[in-house]
Design a protein around this ligand. Structure first.
Ligand SMILES: [Zn+2]
Length: 474
């Protein structure tokens, strides 16, 4: 049993029976220890509701005459977290950015649901690796474990509900957070099980394995931005598309390798099943991003796919994002010049990527200061490649680390300082170079792209660095 959840139960029960505010005014205030930005932004879904400046005591305040009850999220860059707000609430949050989620505490009216959702979130993080290790089990045992974890939380929720702490909408959201969270693992089971057991075929699951699917709600706008619900939807459509393709679609060779067919099929399934418009558009956008970023398909296929996406998605901002992504991908095809993006060296001198890479063979790799383990692995790999490929310069581009912090890391982590750069415009950088995943690297010769979608940990990285030289000369 999760200790924090139990503890929460005790606190909430002890604090019952407070008088309720009858005004519809909403106050959401907070204090941020070790702030990483000057303000806090409040969102409802994709829309910014308001933004508040931190004062000299690192406090902020949002005040609304009225607000739609429901789930919001607040962002103190780069972190974000949910907050449930309802009319009459006067809610306060305190957090320390050194351990953002773990340090968060809500107090005041509305604290019960907010602390409950937060504890669920933390419990899920804590349980993840344990659950991942059960994917190799047989389906019956796999579900038994998940259901027992879910039931523990549902029992606590029941007790809190009986005590009258939650409104109906709050109960619905809390319950969805629990159920969709655990059911999401079931949607992934056949595929991860196959991987972990090196079975060739997808394991058959008992008839009742997917019983919960009878109760999936594809039309509840209260849940659209609830993370466990949204993640569930992604996994669910991945699973159902695969199974449908396998039985219904006539495809030569291995159907899942046909990314164009698989992803188009997924678009149509989402379109025909999901009712809530915003959820539908968000899911369609995710499929389009996945396809474009992971498939590296032919230009013809890409264009056919994007046309399909345009006819199904009703969100013009998503259209623009997908088009821009595709433009970005087209701009970094082999033989094109590396995009005119500017970065800074340790002395603060501004240089373009072309300046850095002309007359040289260059491999650009990427790292972020937040992920220390990743940086260590990358650094090791870079040192190894530098020995194997002395004709190359290996250039590190930092993403998202604040300048003084970046300089500190460069000094202490044994990176070659003269090969390190950072951008002060992460959005421009990532749009132009399509930095996904973070392990990607870009191989260039004399400023011309040889391969902009390579991976620094690829087994064939050395061949890639010697094999394509001819290409750059054309
Ligand atoms: Zn299909």
């Amino acid at each position: 049993m999760n200790k924090k959840l139990l503890y929460l139960l005790v606190i909430v029960l002890a604090s019952c029976g407070k008088g309720k505010n009858s005004s519809s005014n909403v106050y959401f205030t907070g204090e941020i220890v070790n702030p990483t930005a000057s303000h806090v932004v409040l969102y409802k879904g994709d829309n910014i509701i308001d933004s508040a400046q931190l004062d000299e005591h690192n406090r902020f305040i949002f005040r609304f005459d009225s607000i739609t009850d429901g789930l919001y999220h607040f962002n103190h860059a780069p972190e974000l977290q949910y907050v449930y707000l309802k009319k009459g609430d006067s809610l306060a949050v305190r957090l320390n950015t050194v351990a953002f989620d773990e340090s968060l505490v809500f107090s005041g009216d509305g604290e019960e649901i907010n602390n409950f959702l937060l504890e669920l979130f933390l419990a899920n993080e804590e349980e993840r690796s344990g659950i991942n290790s059960t994917f190799k089990l047989q389906p019956e045992e796999f579900i038994k474990n998940l259901d027992s974890l879910a039931n523990q939380k549902l029992e606590i929720l029941n007790t809190l509900t009986e005590e009258g702490n939650f409104s109906d909408r709050e109960v619905k959201i809390a319950k969805a957070s629990i159920k969709y969270g655990y059911d999401s693992y079931k949607e992934k089971y056949p595929f991860v099980h196959r991987k972990y057991t090196s079975d060739k075929k997808i394991q058959k699951v008992p008839e009742n394995f997917y019983d919960y699917r009878k109760n999936i709600d594809f039309n509840d706008s209260d849940l659209t931005y609830l993370r466990p619900y949204y993640n569930f939807m992604n996994n669910h459509f991945g699973n159902v598309t695969y199974m449908n393709c396998k039985t219904d679609c006539e495809l030569q060779q291995n159907l899942v390798r046909n990314r164009m067919h698989f992803n188009s099929h997924k678009l149509y399934l989402i379109d025909s099943i999901v009712i809530d418009k915003e959820l539908k558009d968000n899911l369609l956008r995710k499929v389009a991003f996945d396809y474009l970023l992971k498939s590296h398909d032919s230009e013809k296929n890409n264009e056919t796919f994007i046309e399909k996406f345009h006819t199904l998605s009703k969100n013009s901002r998503h259209h623009k994002e997908v088009d821009e992504l595709y433009e970005g991908i087209k701009n970094i095809q082999p033989t094109k010049s590396i995009p005119e993006v500017y970065v800074y060296n340790g002395e603060g001198v501004k240089m373009s990527l072309l300046d850095i890479s002309k007359n040289r063979k260059t491999l650009f790799y990427f790292w972020s200061g937040e992920d220390k383990r990743h940086l260590k692995e990358v650094n090791k790999r870079v040192k190894w490649l530098e020995k194997r490929k002395p004709d190359y310069q290996l250039v590190g581009i930092n993403v998202k680390t604040e300048e003084s912090n970046w300089k500190g890391i460069v000094q202490t982590s044994n990176l070659k300082p003269e090969m390190q750069y950072r951008s002060d415009n992460f959005e421009e950088l990532t749009k132009a170079l399509i930095i996904f995943p973070i392990n990607k690297c870009i191989i260039t010769e004399n400023g011309k792209i040889i391969n902009a979608f390579s991976n620094i940990f690829s087994n064939t990285i050395e061949q890639q660095m010697s094999g394509y030289t001819q290409l750059a000369k054309n």
